[in-house]
Design a protein around this ligand. Sequence first.
Ligand code: UFG
Length: 330
Amino acid sequence: MSGDAILVTGGAGYIGSHACKVLAQAGYVPVTFDNVSTGWEQAVKFGPFVRGDLLDRAALEGAFAEHRPVAVLHFGALSQVGESVASPGLYWRNNVVGSLNLVEAMTAAGCRNIVFSSTCATYGDQDGVVLTEDSRQMPLNAYAASKRAVEDILRDFENSKGLNAVVFRYFNVAGADPEAEIGEWHQPETHLIPVLIEAATGKRDALTIFGDDYSTPDGTCVRDYVHVMDLVAAHLQGLDWLLQRKGSRVFNLGTGQGFSVKEVISEFEAVTGRPVPFVYGPRRAGDAALLVSDCRRAKEELGWSADRSILKQMIEDAWRWYRTGGYRAE
Ligand code: UFG
């Protein structure tokens, strides 16, 4: 209902801040709960800000008591595959224990609706198979394993505490707010499109392509890129689903179309006219060769459409945002 509060964990981050923008446009009050360890206070523009950590149960309880949200959108997590391979404990503690705290605090406060950000990385490497929600989950790294563990927690709380959870398994999120008010800004940057922008603009010497010997058409990894605005639109539909008491459900969010690393580079060069200096490096630990979604369920059951998820559009929007200069540490 218009005016209802929604608790947005990770609301200072890339995807969470875009969700806050569309929630506010839809008449909700997005309450950001974020420790700004990887996010930016400047990205919190659309509703109240609670600076807090998911590992701090009292801070969570305080946020539920003060704002009485009708639902939670749970984006807050560490999300770098490479870092998770090097420091698995960090990922299990922050992502799994933090989510458990959140779920306990919300059910104790009588809030039973959650939309959870999971990942296609929970499927692991399945040799060219287009992934449906029923595909087996075989995480290859601690990041993906931590996300799958939270899916398990949610299922147990559905069974015993009446929790309703919409789980979105994201494919590769890209692009930015077309108005360039907010966007993707990580330090250091690890995701392909912002990294190649840094290479094209001289902020780094070159993009390193992680492996060119995969069993894909050009030897580089293939990913299914989805525009952040389409992704957050799905969250509003997921929220409606929960508020209409339709129960728990898992949805893939992708387009069904894959692009290789080299195809993304070529498209960037075509769109911007700027060459991307690159070198080949070894494979990155934890990477799957190909991750492409079957996204029919979200289309059929939620009425979702990924209209903005065209590679050219995602690159143009990311490029426009990058040229604003992004966020700065305060
Ligand atoms: N890549 C490079 N060089 C780089 C960066 C990326 O070659 O400097 C390649 C990667 O090897 C991969 C592709 O570009 O093949 C995309 O890599 P990203 O790091 O942008 O994203 P991931 O595919 O690692 O995404 C995964 C999951 C997402 C998850 C994300 C979290 O697929 O669901 O990690 O960071 F959200």
